[in-house]
Design a protein around this ligand. Structure first.
Ligand code: ADP
Ligand code: MG
Length: 878
């Protein structure tokens, strides 16, 4: 048996092997030690002799629980099952690895978050180029594909290699396949996926095309929308299919298409923006509560919840599409009764997408079938309610929705109300569905009728009135005849036992019956398995129709959820325009609007773009509401492009091609990098990639460095955004000096957060008003925060002195940077400040030829030069 184990172990690579032995899964050697450690199982040993083998195990029915834990810890797990009945096996039971479970290939409800997709992604770079990050060419492309095995959604596209981190942040895979000879990107700290390296040949294009054509039953992929230039995406998709085949060892027939997801077809939101707008995770805890998703997801099914999350990864940029969704939401808003009815029916619906995936992969159980039946029961009602609606999207959904009546009727006729999880338990097929099953069951339950009937028959034919059929465990069924009637015994009675005044006989008929009874139970269960397989086959045959209907349900749920939210929170339908403007009256922050007590959130207007100016500078003290306000504008724009109503009294939203949001470095300390560097890299990226149709939110940019540095940078950035990028920009800053920019740049408008001063206190009104704030109120804020009074008093003195010094030195005026040279190129030169002469000396200092002491000495000299005191050669270094 250990040889069998060794073979299985050799076949499962680096996965942990769960080896089925009877009612247990056992682990040996290193695997046993590992799971003993991470799962807290008891480590025992096999062969207690000279070379004991470390061993651990758990009962088979706890598989899901242990799998979940192992996967969460980043392990891959091979499940090796007994593939023949131990009772029938000659010698050793045959065993096979039936599946390798990895984070990206889960299908069990118990292991999955019902509200989130579970993506397996693959990346394929152009092999003819350099593959190390340092060899990156500026516009190198990368093929990316991703599949949710638990639902069958399969997409891919070719993206710029630089945008890979953003794409992955958007998709949120749990496992990523890469070629072992390629390093597509540095892994972001925030990533939660496991990386699986595969040999290069698994990414071959020709093999990929063959696999994909075979999977979808097509001659070539152009019918699915794929083009010449998509080879890298197809190679990645092919690697995924090959990997699934290898690890799952089952049919994958629920994966019915590979959809092209092209860059530029949806609103692009990079990973930093996703994070800072808290779309799906909060910055503080990484949780879902308090995110935009948690607000806009008012769905009643898991499929609907996943649909909303999916929409958030691909917000729309085409006006017609946005309007179509808004029309549908509108219809749900204005017909409350209809909305309630649909939502009520959706509540009765199970997770059809995942049920279908389990059907296709052969992992469905009787209860899954029952769930499908119960889901189908809602279909006729839903189909009827979709008829005769106005919105074109609802009409489309109605036409895509397929009721699958025959299947529903068949399943309802076949399945009992309660169905077990384990098909071997039996008892889930209704009486009356299959005559043979009914007969077997009545046999198994003792077949009293047959016996009574047989007994009467024998009394009649033998003329022995006292003849009885009995049963004991030694002889099984017998006929008992009292000695008085011994002479009437027919020839076919075989004597088995003699009692004091009676004899017991058997007949071939009775033995045949007995055989039937004893095997009837086994047979009825076997027959149920067969019927189950037949029913499963019937569902399987409808996979495509059912998937379509599931997609309709999830979209209805998402749309009706948007409507529910709009009604409950008093949202308005946004007017969508292609003009780059945003005009909102009394807008609210969607999350705070929901979490703050009703009426406490102060609504605000926004006017940006065209004559309103394209760069709004928001100044005001800390805690006034600047960050909230600028995020609110981004979130409302995004919501509109999802096809949702927005929290406002009135809203006109110009479609954005990209939304950028960046937060000044000090808010991101936890990320552990040189945060100012990160801030500048990200800012540089915005300045280089934003278009006049983008929407940019900059929050305290420049705060990560010293005041004058930061202020100058912020200043230059605003100028560049205004002159060159010309995107709609909201710039929140506590550098109130920036308000001077309004004077020289026509597109810059100052706003500030209204503050009421009361004695020495400030009261934040959270109202955004025209004009710049002229001071920061930092000291007042510090006091409100509980900084001791003496510190505050001292700070006030210092401030007063600094202000006097400044006026003495520069006169009354605020900081006024030099005018730009009129014909200087409008290129931001972030890293081309005049260099300090010391830098050159640091560069040329030869580390290899100097001793540590010399190095220390040199650094001391540099430092003294910087600090302005003359070198003191005699002073000892310590
Ligand atoms: P700032 O960026 O100016 O420092 P924030 O936007 O972080 O200020 O807001 C600070 C706090 O003020 C928020 O946590 C919120 O509780 C409150 N706040 C902000 N805007 C509003 C508003 N419009 N209405 C009510 N409370 C608000
Ligand atoms: Mg702020």
């Amino acid at each position: 048996m250990m040889r069998q184990y060794e073979e299985a172990k050799a076949a499962c690579g680096d996965a942990i092997l769960l080896f089925r032995m009877g009612d247990f899964y056992e682990l040996f050697y290193e695997d046993a030690k590992t799971v003993a450690r991470v799962l807290g199982l008891t480590l025992t040993s096999r062969d207690k002799g000279e070379n004991p083998i470390p061993m651990a195990g758990f009962p088979f029915h706890q598989l899901d629980g242990y799998l979940a834990k192992l996967i969460r810890q980043g392990f891959r797990v091979a499940v090796c099952e007994q593939v023949e009945d131990p009772k029938l096996a000659k010698g050793l039971v045959r065993r096979e690895i039936q599946r390798i479970v990895t984070a990206g290939t889960l299908t069990e409800d118990a292991l999955l978050d019902p509200h989130a997709s579970n993506y397996l992604a693959a990346i394929c770079l152009d092999a003819s180029r350099g593959t190390k990050p340092s060899e990156r060419a500026g516009n190198e492309s990368a093929g990316l594909a991703w599949v949710d095995l638990s639902t069958g959604r399969f997409e891919g596209g070719v993206f710029s290699r630089k945008s890979l981190p953003d794409q992955l942040a958007r998709i949120g895979p749990t496992e990523v396949l890469v070629r072992e000879d390629q390093t597509p990107m540095e892994r972001p700290d925030s990533s939660t996926w496991t990386v699986t390296k595969l040999p290069a040949w698994q990414f071959g294009f020709d093999e990929a095309r063959r696999l994909l054509c075979e999977q979808f039953g097509v001659r070539d992929l152009s019918g699915l929308g794929w083009e010449e230039g998509d080879a890298l995406a197809l190679a990645a998709a092919g690697a995924i299919l090959a990997y699934l085949k290898e690890t799952q060892k089952t049919s994958l027939s629920h994966i019915t298409s590979l959809t092209p997801a092209r860059a530029g077809h949806f609103l692009e939101i990079d990973s930093a923006t996703r994070r800072s707008l808290e779309l799906t995770q909060t910055m503080r805890t990484g949780g879902r509560d308090g995110t935009l998703l948690s607000v806009i997801d008012q769905t009643v099914t898991a499929m609907g919840a996943r649909r909303v999350a999916y929409w958030l990864t691909v917000p729309l940029i085409q006006r017609t599409q946005i309007e179509a969704r808004l029309d549908a939401v509108q219809e749900f808003v204005s017909d409350a009764k209809w909305r309630d009815q649909i939502r009520q029916q959706l509540r009765e619906v199970f997770d059809l997408e995942r049920l279908l995936a389990r059907i296709a992969t052969g992992r469905a159980n009787p209860r899954d079938l029952k769930s499908i039946a119960q889901t189908l029961r809602q279909f006729p009602g839903i189909a009827e309610r979709l008829q005769g609606r106005n919105s074109s999207r609802i009409q489309e959904l109605a036409s895509q929705f397929q009721c699958c009546d025959e299947l529903r009727i068949e399943l309802e006729r076949a399945l009992n109300d309660d169905c077990p999880i384990n098909v071997r338990d039996g008892g889930f097929i209704r009486p009356g569905y299959d005559p043979q099953l009914d007969e077997l069951r009545s046999l198994a339950s003792g077949g009293k009728e047959w016996i009574a009937h047989y007994q009467a028959e024998q009394i009649e034919s033998t003329g022995i009135p006292s003849l009885k059929v009995g049963f004991n465990s030694v002889f099984g069924y017998y006929l008992e005849v009292t000695n008085t009637h011994r002479d009437k015994i027919p020839a076919n009675f075989i004597r088995k036992q003699t009692l004091k005044n009676a004899e017991r006989y058997i007949t071939p008929e009775l033995k045949e019956y007995e055989e039937k009874v004893l095997t009837a139970d086994e047979q009825s269960k076997q027959l149920e398995v067969e019927i189950f397989q037949k029913l499963r086959g019937a569902v399987y045959a409808q996979t495509i129709s059912l998937q379509r209907s599931a997609a309709v349900l999830s979209e209805l749920d998402a749309l009706a959820g948007f409507a529910e939210l709009a009604v409950k929170r008093n949202y308005v339908r946004p007017v969508i325009t292609e003009e780059p403007i945003v005009e909102i009256r009394e807008g609210r922050h969607p999350v705070l609007d929901l979490t703050m007590p009703q009426g406490e959130f102060v609504p605000n207007d926004i006017m940006i773009g065209s004559e309103h100016g394209c760069v709004l500078l928001i100044t005001g003290p800390n805690m006034a509401g600047k960050s909230t306000y600028i995020r609110q504008v981004a979130l409302l724009t995004l919501m509109a492009q999802l096809g949702s109503f927005v929290p406002a009294r009135q809203a006109t939203v110009g479609i954005a091609d990209r939304i950028f949001a960046r937060v000044g470095a000090n808010d991101e300390l936890s990320r552990g990098q040189s945060t100012f560097m990160v801030e500048m890299v990200e800012t540089a990226r915005i300045l280089n990639t934003a278009t006049p149709n983008s929407l940019i939110i900059l929050d305290e940019i420049g705060r990560g460095t010293s005041t004058y540095d930061g202020l100058s940078l912020a200043w230059a950035i605003v100028e560049f955004l205004h002159d060159t990028v010309r995107a709609r920009t909201l710039f929140a800053t506590h550098y109130h000096e920036l308000i001077e920019l309004e004077k020289s740049l026509p597109g810059v408008k100052n706003y500030n957060v209204a503050v009421k001063e009361w004695n020495d206190d400030v009261i934040f009104l959270h109202r955004i008003v025209r004009g710049g704030a002229d001071r920061s109120y930092g000291i007042q804020v510090a006091r409100m925060a509980g900084v001791p009074a003496s510190v505050n008093e001292r700070a006030k003195d210092i401030l007063a002195q600094l202000e006097v010094d400044h006026i003495n030195k520069y006169g009354e005026s605020k900081i006024t940077p030099p005018k730009r040279k009129p014909n200087a190129p409008l290129q931001l030169t972030l890293f081309e400040w005049n260099e300090h002469p010391l830098l050159d000396r640091i560069r040329s200092f030869d580390l290899h030829t100097s001793t540590p002491l010399e190095a220390l000495r040199t650094i001391e000299l540099w430092q003294q030069e910087l600090l302005g005191s003359p070198p003191q050669p005699d002073k000892p270094l310590t």
